[in-house]
Design a protein around this ligand. Structure first.
Ligand code: IMP
Length: 183
């Protein structure tokens, strides 16, 4: 790896957030959730595929009784920009009635995906419904959706790694990389 640059498909990406910084943020979020839910049981709804890495690390920082559910939401298609077209799918019967639910997202960009997901999940009448996202692009989503637990607020550039992909690759990178524009 030269100058912290990597190549994925046709684009170069530069090291942006280290695995140590991510670990610290995940620990902080885990401690906050443990504190806020005060020994109550929580259902974590993991948004596939990108949030899987964040979810596996975060749940091990949470000291509460908890269960896991998985949901699939697709908004990006192949490229760097949100399509605005959100499809929601889950594989098991999802019973969230009367439960404390936290949706685990990798990143909130325009907020369209999480907004659609929350509408879908709210119909299941949970006792409470909150969102934990590792990354938030506040300049893009402009407060259109409430995010209760946020790891990092970042600029509106495209990132990969730690579960996040560029056309399906890069999810396995332990650090997070940002799109590198040639000078
Ligand atoms: P939103 O609907 O615009 O908020 O986009 C949310 C989804 O788009 C995320 O769950 C990711 O799958 C994808 N996404 C948004 N920004 C990025 C990025 O910077 N890198 C990789 N995927 C992203």
């Amino acid at each position: 790896m030269k100058n912290n640059l990597i190549q994925l498909h046709d684009k170069q990406f530069k090291k942006f957030i280290s695995r140590e910084q991510i670990h610290e943020a995940v620990q902080r979020l885990g401690a906050q959730i443990t504190h806020d839910y005060n020994a109550n049981e929580v259902v974590f709804v993991v948004v596939l595929k990108g949030s899987i890495v964040f979810a596996t690390d975060l749940i091990r920082e949470v000291n509460l009784p908890c269960t896991l559910e998985f949901i699939r939401a697709e908004s990006y298609g192949a490229g760097l920009h949100s399509s605005g077209n959100v499809k929601v799918a889950h594989y098991t019967g999802l019973d969230l009635a009367g439960k404390h639910v936290i949706v685990l997202e990798d990143i909130v960009d325009t907020g369209l995906t999480i907004k659609q997901l929350l509408i879908h999940l709210q119909e299941m009448k949970p006792a409470s419904l909150k969102v934990a996202t590792l990354f938030l692009k506040p300049e893009v989503c402009k407060g259109t959706v409430e995010t209760h637990y946020v790891g990092f607020e970042i600029s509106p550039l495209f990132i990969v790694g730690y579960g996040l992909d560029y056309n399906e690759i890069g999810r396995n990178l332990a650090d997070v990389y940002i799109l590198h524009e040639a000078p």
